[in-house]
Design a protein around this ligand. Structure first.
Ligand code: NAD
Length: 356
């Protein structure tokens, strides 16, 4: 029996995790494994209940679970709070508390949505990229950092820093992921300018020797940004540092259409953390309008990476594709001639397609 911690959070987080949980239940029944679920408050909901965005009991549940299914946090009611009380502080606390250092962002285009991309259908049809972003190092965390005024002029600085062992562990994670996919890995850096990136390139080249079955290449970040929009299908897995990964994963994801479609996983600690990329969407919260596919596809990643139920993960992704193929859409991805449904009905239809 695997325990799944369900942390719905705020706004549409509550609505989309409900559907993702139902999909997991149906998947477990169909593929004959057992799941149990425990829910805990996080974000604004937790602040209202106990004055903390990440109560100790919620972090404890996350730590003793097999995986965490997270919704979204935040909303206008909590914007004026001090930083450590804001809902978003819970996300950082969970990532830190679970020790996750790799963020996986797939950009997969469901064939039924090829026409919805801003790129020509022939450029994006069949697109299936995984961006593996280092999450806990690099310039977002490097010290020293600061702002000061010297000689009457304001200046600010940050530090880009990676240790060799940080590069080795993210590279190994990316190679392992590539092995479960099409066995192609591109490491993205700026080794022509930055010493840190020279170390990145040298170290990833060394790690590549452990994985002779994976085709490995280096690419400069500026070239990669261009290639993602000109010839994105050349990529299978991309591994890169924190800041480049932040930018490139958004660029890759945008190739596939709405934010309501984008799942993510954060791995590397003992417990995997799965969440849709979108926020709590206060503008549509509580109206049965949210697209639950990002959360459901996050649940598919949970099946794949934490529970090692590859067949179930694939079946969930196929169920999503099947429902989209029936021209059923939530409002955010609606196209002319499609039937527009709400969060609940989209979830029900995906469950029905999964149940077979
Ligand atoms: P958002 O992602 O919540 O919404 C951006 C836009 O996309 C909105 O118009 C929204 O209606 C739409 N949208 C988002 N998800 C959708 C879905 N599943 N289906 C249909 N439409 C969807 O970003 P925002 O408006 O900038 O932020 C709202 C709140 O969420 C803020 O408090 C922010 O801090 C928080 N936030 C949380 C997370 C997180 O929990 N991981 C991430 C981003 C933002």
């Amino acid at each position: 029996m695997s325990l799944i911690a369900v942390l719905p959070g705020d706004g549409i987080g509550v609505e989309v995790t409900r559907e993702a949980r139902r999909v997991l239940e149906v998947g477990a029944r169909r593929f004959g494994f057992k799941l149990s679920f425990e829910e805990a408050p996080v974000g604004g909901a937790a602040y209202e209940a106990c004055g903390e965005p990440l109560p100790a009991a919620t972090l404890d549940l996350a730590r003793r679970s097999a995986a965490v299914l997270f919704g979204a946090v935040g909303g206008p009611s909590w914007e004026g709070l001090p930083r450590q009380k804001r809902p978003e502080a819970a996300l950082l606390g969970l990532r830190k508390g679970l020790g996750v250092y790799a963020n996986l962002r797939p950009a997969k285009l469901y064939p039924a949505l090829a026409g919805a991309s801003t790129l020509k259908p022939e450029v994006v049809a069949g697109l299936d990229i995984m961006v593996v972003r280092e999450l806990t190092g690099g310039i977002y965390f490097g010290e020293p950092r600061g702002v000061a005024t010297r000689d009457g002029e304001e200046e600010a600085w940050n530090t880009l820093r990676y240790t060799k062992s940080e590069i080795i562990r993210i590279a190994r994670m990316a190679f392992e992921i590539a092995r479960r996919r099409r066995r192609r890995l591109t490491s993205v850096d700026k080794a022509n300018i930055l010493e840190v990136m020279e170390l990145w390139r040298r170290t990833t080249t060394e790690v590549a020797r452990e994985y002779p079955d994976v085709a490995f290449a280096h690419m400069l970040v500026d070239t990669c940004a261009m290639q993602l929009v000109s010839n994105p299908k050349q990529f299978d897995v991309i591994v890169t540092g924190n800041m480049f990964g932040d930018i490139l994963s958004d660029e890759a994801a945008q190739l596939t259409g709405s934010i309501g479609m984008l799942p993510s996983a954060s791995l590397g600690g003992t417990v995997g953390f799965y969440e849709p990329v979108h926020g709590s969407a206060p503008d549509i919260a509580g109206q049965d309008k949210a697209n639950p596919i990002a959360a459901i596809a996050s649940a598919a990643m949970l099946l794949r990476y934490s529970l090692h139920q590859e067949a179930a993960a694939q079946a969930v992704e196929e169920a999503i594709g099947a429902v989209l193929g029936q021209s059923v859409r939530t409002a955010d991805i609606a196209q002319p001639g499609c039937r527009v449904v709400g969060t609940r009905e989209m979830g029900e239809r995906i469950c029905a397609a999964l149940a077979g």
